[in-house]
Design a protein around this ligand. Structure first.
Ligand SMILES: NC(=O)c1ccc[n+]([C@@H]2O[C@H](COP(=O)([O-])OP(=O)(O)OC[C@H]3O[C@@H](n4cnc5c(N)ncnc54)[C@H](O)[C@@H]3O)[C@@H](O)[C@H]2O)c1
Ligand SMILES: CC(=O)N[C@@H]1[C@@H](OP(=O)(O)OP(=O)(O)OC[C@H]2O[C@@H](n3ccc(=O)[nH]c3=O)[C@H](O)[C@@H]2O)O[C@H](CO)[C@@H](O)[C@@H]1O
Length: 319
């Protein structure tokens, strides 16, 4: 049977959705899906997380993936013991369960940030019995009202029929039947009403996310290096940054306590490792700069602390 026919689904419905991974990203996604009228379930290996989502937001617990029309994957993609190192073992173990239990014709949407090539691995694992798309997130906790679940997002499909079903789920676009006997019309089927920017290949969707975060990593590392320059050349960094940012097309970001978080370090490494030929020299240099900056920042903090302690000793002695 051709791939196109394995996932054909003549009596097309879409109502039951499960969000797998109910963390910082997955819980807002589940709440949004529920608010949009879908019969919404959740699945998380952390029982406390699952129970909290059910008790506080009515996200029903799924134990089996057999009856879902859409399966949205939002699990972490870093090593459990190291947030800065990418790892998709957890995601692939979820896909293993999906491949055993999910019904033909369902849609898998990988919203987690993943290395290039992961979506195709998932597609092969489920033997194209299901449609597979990657719709990476730009959700930003600090500005959720403007950069939330429903902001403009990228979507790519492993095959064209996958992309069509993904677009229909996310922004309601009509699925154009590939041949006369495939899916019946999808007009009137519920969607999430999220503006989507489709791309021609799922690899472009995977790269879009990891490159956008690698680009941000680069910008922050430049600010850190400029800070170190100012410190070693007795220039006021804050004054220089303020005057630089008066120019309309310059935005120097701010050095803080090193480039951390769930995303940027991990995603930047995903991009560096994504090439079979050249590895990004500028990003490898940026990671070295972040290490130099962290060392400087830590030493300054310790020096500051010891000065405060000395000051305290001196103040005590003067009493
Ligand atoms: N947090 C953000 O701002 C943000 C934004 C864009 C993209 N992302 C991406 O989304 C993904 C999730 O990030 P997060 O910040 O929500 O992480 P998180 O650690 O807050 O949540 C991940 C959840 O997945 C669950 N989980 C992990 N492995 C699982 C498995 N095998 N089966 C079921 N559940 C599992 C964990 O218990 C946890 O509740 C990552 O790939 C991240 O890069 C996050
Ligand atoms: C999973 C995921 O993809 N989530 C991302 C999330 O990333 P994030 O939650 O990790 O947040 P960021 O703000 O990027 O910070 C990262 C680190 O950089 C430090 N930093 C930041 C600004 C600065 O001027 N100087 C700094 O030093 C900061 O302290 C922190 O350690 O939001 C981004 C939108 O920004 C999104 O693209 C992106 O979805």
């Amino acid at each position: 049977m051709s791939n196109e026919n394995k996932s054909k689904n003549l009596s097309f419905t879409r109502n039951k959705v499960v969000i797998i991974g109910l963390g910082q990203l997955g819980l807002p996604v589940a709440k949004y899906v529920k608010e949009h009228g879908f019969d919404t379930f959740g699945y998380d290996i952390n029982q406390k997380t699952m129970q909290s989502a059910e008790a506080n937001y009515g996200i029903k617990q799924a134990t089996n993936f057999g009856d879902f029309d859409v399966l949205i994957i939002c699990v972490s993609t870093h090593r459990p013991d190291d947030m800065f190192t990418p790892q998709v073992d957890g995601l692939m173990s979820v896909v293993e369960k999906i491949s055993r239990e999910a019904k033909a014709g369902a849609l898998i949407s990988i919203e987690s940030t993943i290395p290039k090539g992961t979506s195709k691995r998932v597609f092969e694992k489920v033997d194209h019995r299901l449609h597979v798309v990657h719709a990476p997130h730009r959700w930003y906790a600090l500005e959720e009202e403007v950069h939330g679940v429903n902001q403009l997002r990228i979507v790519g499909g492993v095959s064209n029929c996958c992309l069509q079903h993904g677009l229909n789920f996310y922004d309601g676009r009509e699925v154009v039947p590939q041949t006369t006997e495939t899916a019946t019309s999808t007009a009137g089927i519920k969607s999430l009403s999220i503006p989507m920017h489709p791309v021609s290949s799922v690899e472009v969707a995977e790269l879009t996310k990891i490159v956008e975060n690698a680009h941000r990593y680069l910008q922050i590392a430049f600010a850190e290096e400029l800070y170190l320059y100012c410190k070693s050349n007795s220039i006021s960094f804050s004054e220089l940054r303020e005057s630089l940012n008066t120019k309309w097309n310059v935005e120097v970001l701010e050095p803080r306590d090193g480039i951390g978080g769930h995303c940027l370090p991990k995603d930047t490494k995903m991009f560096i490792n994504s090439s079979n030929t050249i590895r990004s020299k500028i990003l490898q240099a940026a990671m070295e700069i972040d290490e130099d900056y962290r060392e400087y920042f830590q030493n300054a903090k310790e020096l500051n602390k010891s000065c405060e302690e000395k000051d305290c000793e001196i103040i005590k002695a003067l009493r």
